[in-house]
Design a protein around this ligand. Structure first.
Ligand code: NAP
Length: 335
């Protein structure tokens, strides 16, 4: 192949992105220089945090630029190399998704004897580490406590539920469809699960957790956060991981903030990028559990680079994918 396909930002979205906000371009496959490797991407991640980067506002990651390719985690095979640490044939995890071929100077060679390469974009990658950081470092969840996790069927939520179970906690999850409630209960083994419909979340949480919750792992914000304030026990903790209900539209702040004083709650936001030091402890917990079938690594695949924009847009729909949503760009190599 001599041509490379890349997805660029065509326009800044207003609200939920539409296909018109993306454009595919073609360019020659780039040459590599000293210290670089050419990777043929086989898998790429779509992430909620890509949405704020489509706006021209400062965030914790720089905004995407109009006409420039989008970026994000990807896995591919090194097909040419002038970088000794990235030999031809290696399967690498790197940051230049949204294209068939990427030139990289650094990346992490993944061990496909532990798990399929795709797991390194999900449970064994940043999503699993995010879940671990929120549950262990931030919320300090203990055996016997009860944790409520919103968007529990997704990548971070499913990992958070699995890690909480490994720690001996009681797990409650919510999700956007009846079908995914069954998935939470039957396949991810949440102790209790409910369908998070607007207007009913506080009542549903009260129904499934009449004695209250010790920890809320927040992926959603808005009305769900309000409901969690009500359900938290005195000295409860909130790990603020994400607030996806506010990524495409203004989000109402919690109406019951005084609860934080009355119940002496602790609420702390975090970014996984601050917690690289937790990677060994996270892998020590999760890798044996994955090998022994004590934790699940659910994945949903969409095929084709041309379908990556639709995959990203689908993250903002309710009751869709299960586990980590990935776009398959080619046939994945397994050793
Ligand atoms: P995901 O859960 O796999 O996908 C997003 C899910 O959010 C959707 O499937 C949907 O789940 C739910 N959702 C979408 N729009 C919603 C809305 N308006 N209201 C309520 N729920 C909505 O995505 P993920 O990658 O695992 O990310 C989950 C959260 O973690 C996001 O908030 C993300 O920003 C955050 N995050 C934070 C960090 C960090 O370092 N702090 C790192 C990674 C991710 P249902 O179908 O179940 O409704």
């Amino acid at each position: 192949m001599t041509q490379n396909r890349l997805i660029v930002l065509a326009a800044r979205p207003s609200g939920v992105p539409t296909p018109a906000d993306f454009r595919m371009i073609e360019a020659p496959v780039p040459e590599i220089g000293a210290g670089q490797a050419l990777v043929r991407n086989t898998l790429m991640s779509v992430d909620p945090a890509m949405r704020p980067r489509m706006d021209d506002v400062p965030s914790y990651t720089p905004p995407f630029q109009i006409g420039e390719p989008l970026e994000g985690q990807a896995i591919g095979e090194v097909v040419a190399s002038r970088q000794p640490g990235l030999p031809v044939g290696a399967i690498v995890n790197h940051r230049l998704g949204w294209r068939d071929f990427a030139v990289i100077a650094s990346g992490t060679v993944v061990d496909t004897t532990v798990a399929p390469a795709s797991a390194y974009l999900g449970l064994l990658g940043g999503k699993g580490l995010t879940a671990y950081v929120g549950i262990v470092n931030i919320a300090q969840l203990k055996a016997g406590e009860t944790v409520y996790i919103s968007a529990a069927a997704g990548a971070v939520g499913s990992a958070a539920g699995g890690i909480a179970r490994l720690l001996g906690a009681t797990t409650i999850g919510s999700t956007g469809s009846i079908e995914n409630v069954a998935f939470l209960r039957d396949e991810l083994h949440f102790d209790r699960a409910f369908h998070a419909r607007d207007g009913s979340i506080a009542a549903e949480l009260q129904r499934v957790a009449p004695d209250g919750i010790d920890v809320y792992f927040d992926n959603v914000g808005g009305e769900t956060l309000d409901a969690a304030f009500d359900a938290l026990k005195t000295f409860g903790r909130i790990a603020s991981c994400g607030m996806i209900s506010g990524y495409n539209a203004p989000m109402a702040g919690p109406k019951n903030m005084f609860t934080i004083i009355r119940k002496r709650l602790r609420m702390q936001g975090f970014l996984v990028s601050d917690h690289a030091a937790s990677l060994p402890a996270f892998l020590d917990l999760v890798v044996p559990a994955l090998r022994e079938g004590r934790i699940a690594a659910p994945e949903t695949f969409v095929d084709g680079l041309e379908n990556a924009p639709a995959a990203l847009i689908s993250l903002f729909m309710r009751g869709g994918h299960r586990g980590k949503l990935l776009v398959r760009l080619g046939v994945e190599k397994r050793s």
